[in-house]
Design a protein around this ligand. Sequence first.
Ligand SMILES: Nc1nc2c(c(=O)[nH]1)N[C@H]1C(S)=C(S)[C@@H](COP(=O)(O)O)O[C@H]1N2
Ligand SMILES: [Mo]
Length: 548
Amino acid sequence: MLKNKIAMSLIVGIALAAPLTALNYLANQALNLPFLPYVFFNWMTPLIPGPAITFGIDLMIDTLLLLQLNVADLAKTAEQGMAVMLFLALATAAGALAYSLNAPHSGGERPGTARRVAGWLIAGGFALFLLVLGVMESSGTLAVLGLSVLLALWIGGVSWAARRRVETPAAVVGGAEPDAAETGDTHPPASVEQLNRRQFLVTLGTAAATVTVVGSGLGLLLAADERRRTAGAGGSTANAADLPNAGDPVSPAPGTRPEYTPIEDHYKVFLELQPTVIEAEGYVLPITGMVDNELMLTVDDLYTRFESFDQYVTLSCISGRIATTLISTTRWTGISMQDILAEAGVQSGARYLNIESGDGFYETVPLELISNDERIMLCHSWDGAPLPTDHGFPCRIWIPDRFGMKQPKWIVSMELTDVENPGYWVERGWDRIAQVRATSVIDTVAVESVGTRDGQQIIPVGGIAWAGDRQISRVEVQVDGGEWQEARLRTPLSETTWVIWRYDWPFAEGDRTFRVRCFEGDGTMQIVDPADARPSGSTGIHSLEVEV
Ligand SMILES: Nc1nc2c(c(=O)[nH]1)N[C@H]1C(S)=C(S)[C@@H](COP(=O)(O)O)O[C@H]1N2
Ligand SMILES: [Mo]
């Protein structure tokens, strides 16, 4: 009987949680209401200790790699899926508890007041908590009203389910029930009870399934439509012929990644489950604290008030493993942080620039770094167009030779201070400086592109090497543990971008293992001892086995 009751409670819980989630998703797509599973997840993740997050992320990446899936593409989707599952589990638990405290005992009598009150406190508390989280995310009238209605419907569902199970047996069985219980003759009420239970389950199941399928189906249609509309925008304007190294004699081996990443393929990393949207209208960037003149920069100011300049930039994520796909190259346009700070007038004693972002991310840049490096820029455009939303509209900072974690996107405020305020990921155990580590990767062993050179048949092998702003002086390739051979280097797009290398391998058939290593501008070899990404970025040699 107890098992029965637990099963019934769980069924009721999930039958209410699923339509709640589906309707919320539809309202999110149609009316821009906050999507509670994401809101909850975003609220929860900063509270989790750093090592636990890293463990979770590692587990996810391992799983994706094991399934041979593209980590850069799928990590966010997997995380979103987890957020929805977690929310479904929580809402099911809350609904099941509230229901079981309110539903009739096996004999049909109502539970005592204390139990019922506890049930309503759980349901009401859960709904109120979600409402508060939702309103913190978006406090518009529509959002408040919409979420209230959704959550009220959910509470109504719990109440309906509990009452139906109380009233129906009484109505059908009438006054006979106590007698039956007394004489121990439970047979007739039990079969009525069974019928009643079946009907209840059918009604509940049909209603839940219908709302869930229709709600999530419509929501997914709207989402697909939105993707189609936004996909048309943007697109790379860069033409290979316009790139600064056009005509370089070293051409990439076939299968090497594009030297200039199309914007739509640029890797993306952000804390929350969805990118932060900042509207241009009404946006101001306050630059405050230890300055003589506080500045309030509008989006227009970003484009026109200072002189803009271009830099080709390779950006990478510190959490990537050897040969990570979390690395890309494009053209950044922005204004020098030195110019901005000159206009603000830095007061003596100021030592740090604290930056805050629209998604709650934060970082600190030492002012000394800025005054020594005019390349540090407040970037407003990529590839000749305003920064895409996903990549930080309206502005983000660029700091040469640092991993992405030091470089906030969606900047909403800057404050000059004399106290260091460790950044978001620094506080979670990652490197305080996060200087780029030299890395080299084999993209291709182009077995389909056999050629001849000096009478010898060759197979082009190629890839990238990168060392932040420290440049690459040499790349070497090794086959099956033989001598290290020097590859040819293509002139990079800038001193801070990756270098495309190519090695024309005099081939010999068989299963071959290729390894690559690079040397920095001053001759320092990349670190070849393998190390995990955490805390300072992964090191080690990339190797690739190929059947030739
Ligand atoms: N506001 C904000 N800025 C951020 C992040 C973030 O989550 N929020 N992630 C950082 C990290 S870890 C990386 S690797 C880069 C990624 O930039 P991209 O998504 O444009 O490639 O942004 C950095 N700046
Ligand atoms: Mo990152």
